[in-house]
Design a protein around this ligand. Sequence first.
Ligand code: AMP
Length: 236
Amino acid sequence: MRASLGGKHVSGAERLVGEPLLQETVLELLRRPTSFDQMVLTVEKVEEVSLIEASLPISSRTFESVADARGFALKLLTDSGVPPRTAERGLRLLAEGAGPGGSVMRGAVLMDVETAGRLEEDPQRGVRTVRVDWKNRRAIERTLRERGMTSRTVDALALATKNILCGVVAELCWSDDPDYTTGYVASGKVGYVRIDPLKERGDPKGGRIYFIRKQDLPTLVECLEKRAFLIESLPD
Ligand code: AMP
């Protein structure tokens, strides 16, 4: 589902469910944006779904300043195998707006870990991770809410788990929502690490950087955009 108001994107979500849940899910998505004047809802049959036993493990860190939080993100990225120069460029790019003219992109930047060069075909759209969901979304939502997190984390954790499984070396994200300052670094090495504040309140810039190995590009994009995954649980 994607919805807009006055030509501006306001809400988007994706679900992977069994046929008996179809009607209820369409209604849930229809009610999701608080206001919109256009909505596109696509329903598609998926033939093959792979199971992922457990998501990346979650941890959270809070800092006094954006500078300290970004310094920690830089450390996690380098610990994950991203050279410092590449990690620094990624952080700078998100801070400045990675789309044309400093705009916010619809999808993610693909950044070559070795050269820090950009590999996505369309710098406005970027690459979008789709076709991933939780086998039992409600239960996961309940558990994460009990641990002080929101549905944002439910979606972002699923997305990051698929990214790492598809071969992304590490991911850096913070939202373009001016009121939401918690971002994350994810990798197979460090897990899913929530970091606050990765930007100042009121800042409308945000996005995602997928640090990848150039030789993985074709298989990785195919996996992110085409393969369907259901995640079964949170790790113990
Ligand atoms: P959000 O976490 O929804 O605020 O999204 C933050 C940024 O991540 C957006 O501005 C996009 O650049 C990017 N993004 C959002 N959804 C996806 C997706 N499904 N795949 C890749 N990048 C995305």
